[in-house]
Design a protein around this ligand. Structure first.
Ligand SMILES: NC(=O)c1ccc[n+]([C@@H]2O[C@H](COP(=O)([O-])OP(=O)(O)OC[C@H]3O[C@@H](n4cnc5c(N)ncnc54)[C@H](OP(=O)(O)O)[C@@H]3O)[C@@H](O)[C@H]2O)c1
Length: 333
């Protein structure tokens, strides 16, 4: 076992997206688990756009990460010491282990058991990203065969899963992504019927051209100007799944934009927010469904692996620069 535990600490609270200078890597002693705890050697650390919200000191669904503490993160690794009979040395687990080499945590921080083969997937397609895609699309979007589903961040981890699941359920799919490479990947890798480059095209005009009868489900991961361009094209009784707000720079005071109420009223449309943590009772069933689709060859994903804990401080800002090609993970082992 290494002698020290490298930890990525939040050192300052940014007003916007956390940059590399808001974190530091420090060395700490490796704690030993007490009763009901396990010591996990992290193999992969997850990088999520949602970390921006976990860091921000404004209204959110969870308390902000404290300055001076280890950055909150999902991670996957192996149990190396256990104070809980339910967990043995060598068990592979995914959970709230933070951006660090070793996590000494209560076993209620474990999200799911995994395996060496599925460790990376357990942080992406078989983890929070895939489960969010499946549950948010089916519970709020309620897709029916033949409907048109439009997805923002369509080449990303959540978005690419949404597009493929909508297609499995018989829907016509349109992706929105940044740049020609991601747009090509949407169609060639993730099976979207068509895709729009929001950096190079007029999004509203493209949606009108591709979906003249309107959008039945808009799975929104970005909000802001992209959504402003999409919402006028909702079909009658359209549904908007509000899953992420990646393009909103400032949450407080509320950003100003078009007023959508009248438009929702006329279209009898519904707009609803989704937070995965409200749906943990359905997590295991969702993973089982996703795993079955993967086994059938109907669901694929991409991962982008950065090496070493030193990659953590800039990894979140990189997501907001759109650098990632699929699920961004940090490999430690
Ligand atoms: N509500 C929930 O429970 C829940 C759970 C998990 C994830 N999410 C949300 O789902 C979304 C996708 O997450 P992910 O993990 O799959 O990340 P991801 O899509 O793999 O990566 C983030 C992507 O967001 C896009 N992006 C970043 N800044 C943007 C901007 N200003 N305007 C437009 N697009 C921008 C970039 O793609 P382009 O290069 O295409 O612009 C970037 O690659 C995020 O909004 C996240 O918060 C929500």
């Amino acid at each position: 076992m290494d002698e020290t535990n490298r930890q990525v600490i939040l050192t300052a609270r940014p007003s916007g997206i956390a940059q590399a200078e808001h974190f530091a890597v420090r060395q700490a002693a490796i704690a030993q688990p007490g009763p009901g705890e396990i010591l996990v050697r992290n193999h992969y650390l997850s990088v999520e756009p949602a970390m921006r919200g976990w860091i921000a000191d404004s209204d959110n669904y969870a308390a902000p990460v404290a300055i001076g503490s280890v950055m909150r993160a999902l991670a996957a690794g192996q149990v190396v010491s256990s104070g809980d009979d339910a967990y043995q040395i060598g068990d592979d687990v995914t959970g709230w282990f933070g951006w660090q080499d070793y996590a000494c945590v209560s076993t209620d921080q474990v999200v799911q058991r995994t395996s060496a083969a599925e460790m990376r997937a357990s942080l992406g397609i078989l983890g929070i990203n895939g489960v969010t895609a499946y549950l948010a699309l089916t519970s709020i979007g309620q897709p029916r065969a033949g409907e048109t589903v439009l997805v923002s961040t369509a080449a990303g981890s959540v978005g690419s899963a949404v597009g493929q699941i909508a297609r499995i359920l018989g829907c016509h799919t349109i992706g929105i992504a940044g740049g020609p490479d991601k747009v090509r990947r949407c169609v060639e890798t993730f099976g979207y019927d068509s895709a729009i480059d929001y950096r190079g095209e007029d999004v509203g005009a493209a949606v009108a051209r591709i979906a003249p009868h309107g959008i039945d489900i808009y799975f929104d991961n970005v909000a802001g100007r992209i959504s402003d361009a999409v919402l006028p094209h909702l079909a009658m009784r359209g549904r908007v799944v509000v899953c992420g707000t990646a393009s909103i720079d400032c949450w407080m005071p509320w950003p100003q934009g078009p007023r959508v109420e009248r438009h929702l009223l006329v279209k009898r449309a519904r707009m609803e927010g989704f937070v995965i943590f409200d749906h943990m009772d359905r997590y295991a069933d969702a993973v089982a469904q996703l795993r079955a689709w993967i086994a059938e060859g109907r669901l694929t994903w991409r991962e982008e692996i950065l090496d070493g804990i030193e990659a953590c401080p800039d990894a979140l800002a990189g997501l907001y620069r759109g650098e990632n090609d699929g699920k961004r993970l940090i490999r430690l082992v």
